[in-house]
Design a protein. Structure first.
Length: 63
């Protein structure tokens, strides 16, 4: 479970959720649920050493 997720999200947490240090203009937390919209990259956070760098992008939405 990730701090800041809604109760509904916590109930359905797959273990592949990454909470970003960002909020939308409406004040909602931004997180990536790799199980629903991901690829093999969902395993990147489970490495022993950091092996991924996140780059901020906007794709059809306002953050």
């Amino acid at each position: 479970m990730r701090k800041g997720q809604s109760k509904e999200a916590k109930k359905e947490n797959s273990g592949y959720t990454m909470l970003l240090n960002e909020k939308t203009r409406r004040g909602n937390f931004v997180y990536v649920e790799a199980l629903a919209a991901g690829s093999i990259a969902r395993f990147s956070q489970h490495a022993c050493r950091p092996n991924t760098q996140f780059v901020e992008m906007q794709n059809r939405t306002q953050v």
